[in-house]
Design a protein around this ligand. Sequence first.
Ligand SMILES: Cc1cc2nc3c(=O)[nH]c(=O)nc-3n(C[C@H](O)[C@H](O)[C@H](O)COP(=O)(O)OP(=O)(O)OC[C@H]3O[C@@H](n4cnc5c(N)ncnc54)[C@H](O)[C@@H]3O)c2cc1C
Length: 218
Amino acid sequence: MKPIVPTLRTTHRRLPDRGSHERDVIEAILDEGLVCHVGFAHEGQPYVIPMSYARMGDRLVLHGAPGSRLLQELGAGAPVCVTVTLLDGLVLARSAMHHSVNYRSVVLLGRASAVQDEAEKRAALRAIVEHVVPGRSAEARPPSEAELGATLVLAVPIEEASAKVRAGPPKDDEEDHALPCWAGVLPLSLSTGTPVPDPRLRPGTPVPLTVAGYRRGR
Ligand SMILES: Cc1cc2nc3c(=O)[nH]c(=O)nc-3n(C[C@H](O)[C@H](O)[C@H](O)COP(=O)(O)OP(=O)(O)OC[C@H]3O[C@@H](n4cnc5c(N)ncnc54)[C@H](O)[C@@H]3O)c2cc1C
């Protein structure tokens, strides 16, 4: 796959040592995230809308109702900015000023295009299901023709993108290290609860391993 080349727009200016344009770094963050935030401007007003997504090779795929303003706008080729953020920890410094967060994030710039080909559209929808719950597409009924027709699938090329990563302890001012204030990192991670069966579940349907064994993140 093509390397990601920094552009004027994706060159980190603020704390560039935390930045990366390595495709592997960017893809790993995209593959771990569950939610992306899709930013676009409509009549001069910026909107940032949360969505599900999946990475399919060097494309990020999105889906939704063809009537949605968001998808219409993007499908018409509007410039888009997609971000994915993984929160790894709260960084508690001795000074209020140096509090921070440990994170891994991606910013992707580009234009979306509609996926028209039926097989490709099915593959994209399958990729979104698999991205959220690996193995689930083998368990659930695939989309019918009508469902497929009622779903717009968009793809954004992963070409102009950047990652940024913060890790490690707080960075307090030297003189503050003497303060009697706890400082460090409170790690954060995504965890699952106990699966709640649908009230209309067929009696005796076991919880599949895709659900019982679900894990996300490191
Ligand atoms: C969970 C979280 C919380 C944050 N909280 C704050 C906060 O409260 N205040 C604050 O100032 N900053 C915060 N940041 C950092 C913030 O995302 C920006 O990196 C920072 O504000 C600099 O923005 P800028 O547009 O001036 O950066 P610039 O360096 O000018 O951005 C240039 C380019 O660098 C890339 N880039 C910048 N930031 C990121 C990023 N986070 N991920 C991937 N690519 C990036 C983009 O391609 C961007 O177009 C936070 C980040 C995360 C993930």
